[in-house]
Design a protein around this ligand. Structure first.
Ligand code: FAD
Ligand code: DHB
Length: 391
């Protein structure tokens, strides 16, 4: 098999890259270790930045998102028993966010690739990359019991944090930057009416909580937990008790309960590898960087990476111009580090750290108070949350 760009991983990064390359007339093959059913059913992120929304719309894969997604013009920061609204359009010159689940984006992208005759090979095993520093890098993999080789001009490593492409870069050729957080998020999906019109990020002595949504009938809620905890230790009654306590207000707000039909624990880390390229291998999305979910940036960064990468590859194929490919890592990393800072800031401001003193707790409250009373500080939050303009 041969293709121009071999893409490992059919997450948001790999699928969107394949779609954008197709629009530029560039051929790609996507290799994915899981099944189509599995990738279309994995529950992950839910917030799309304005730039991601615009990109999906402009490239013809935003139709269902526009119909079924929810445009949100703000979020609430809740602390000290009160809610404070951050209004995005007035702080960012009219920008906003869309609540539309990651697996719905995946479904739309897979459907678009299939309709255009794109090649996605699901359930590949033992993928490995070779000859990365030559003009013809290769991916070898097993599929349906046979060993295949895909020869490429370029390989895109879109195989997520636990993928094989990043570790295939010789360790002396990469630097890694990591921060682990001493907590995780317990996430649930609930059959219940919405309790709020916009997302609530709550700071509380017992820990962080977040109220998000998926539809008028299904709500997505998170609460800070021990990253090594087990969902078995969390019967529904304990989850509701904790959520009620952390989200309680003096304003009479009520959290609607319902049937919990999905539970999971997410670890939190910040991670970046530099550079995001080795020879003809380009890393994009979680393969190159991870953010804690508090700023809702993971999926959006993946989309921003592949936008830059697809444009660089288009310049190469159209004019033989390699400059944008040479600049890819530095261009992508500028946005990555901005998002790393924002996500780390939101995480530190809103979570309870186990070793924190009462002094630290008071500082968090002082910072939150500043965010909701200073326009300058509110703009900082809002412009990062809706996403800074794409490079
Ligand atoms: P991924 O979505 O991880 O896709 C990588 C793909 O590569 C996967 O389909 C995988 O099966 C495939 N793959 C891996 N290894 C191989 C291999 N060897 N061969 C072939 N295929 C391979 N972000 C938020 O902003 N908010 C959230 O609430 C949030 N929740 C999350 C919950 C979980 C459990 C996780 C893991 C992440 C969450 N994120 C969240 C982050 C967000 O989902 C990611 O940033 C986003 O999925 C990145 O997209 P990606 O395409 O780079 O990687
Ligand atoms: C969701 C996830 C996030 O990480 C976040 O910051 C906001 C919302 C969600 O899954 O809806």
């Amino acid at each position: 098999m041969r293709t121009q760009v071999g893409i490992l991983g059919a997450g948001p990064a790999g699928l969107l890259l394949s779609h954008l390359l197709h629009l530029e007339g560039i051929d790609s093959v996507v290799l994915e270790s899981r099944s189509r059913q599995e990738i279309e059913a994995t529950i992950r992120a839910g917030v799309l930045e304005q730039g991601t929304v615009d990109l999906l719309k402009a490239t013809g894969v935003g139709e269902r998102m526009e119909r079924e997604g929810f445009l949100h013009n703000g979020i609430y920061l809740r602390f000290g028993g009160r809610s404070h609204r951050i209004d995005f359009p007035s702080l960012t010159g009219g920008r906003a966010i869309m609540v539309y689940a990651q697996h719905e984006v995946i479904k739309d992208l897979v459907a678009a690739r299939v309709a255009a005759g794109g090649r996605i090979v699901f359930e590949v095993k033992d993928a490995a990359v070779y000859d990365l520093d030559t003009r013809e890098p290769k991916i070898r993999f097993h599929h349906d019991g046979t060993l295949s080789e895909l020869a490429c001009d370029f390989i895109a490593g879109c195989d997520g944090f636990h993928g094989i492409t990043r570790p295939s870069i010789p360790s002396r050729m990469r630097s890694e930057f990591t921060r682990l957080y001493p907590f995780g998020w317990f996430g649930i999906l609930v059959e219940a009416p919405a309790s709020t019109d916009e997302l609530i990020y709550a700071h509380h002595e017992r820990g962080f909580a977040l109220v998000s949504t998926r539809s008028p009938q299904i709500q997505r809620l998170y609460l800070q937990c021990d990253p090594n905890d087990d969902v078995k230790n969390w019967p529904d009654s304990r989850i509701w008790e904790e959520l009620h306590a952390r989200l309680e207000t003096t304003e009479g707000w009520r959290l609607a309960e319902g049937r919990i039909f999905q539970k999971g624990i997410i670890a939190m880390r910040s991670f970046v590898v530099e550079p995001m390229r080795y020879g003809r291998l380009f890393l994009a999305g979680d393969a190159a960087h991870i953010v804690p979910p508090t700023g809702a940036k993971g999926l959006n960064l993946a989309a921003a990476d592949v936008r830059v990468l697809s444009q660089a590859l288009a310049a190469f194929y159209a004019r033989g111009d390699e400059q944008a490919l040479k600049d890819y890592s530095a261009t992508a990393l500028r946005r990555v580090w901005r998002a790393e800072h924002f996500s780390s800031w939101m995480t530190s401001m809103l979570h309870r750290f186990h070793d924190e003193t009462t002094f630290h707790h008071r500082l968090q409250l002082a910072e939150l108070e500043y965010v909701v009373t200073s326009r300058a500080k509110a703009v900082t939050l809002a412009e990062n949350y809706v996403g800074l303009p794409l490079a």
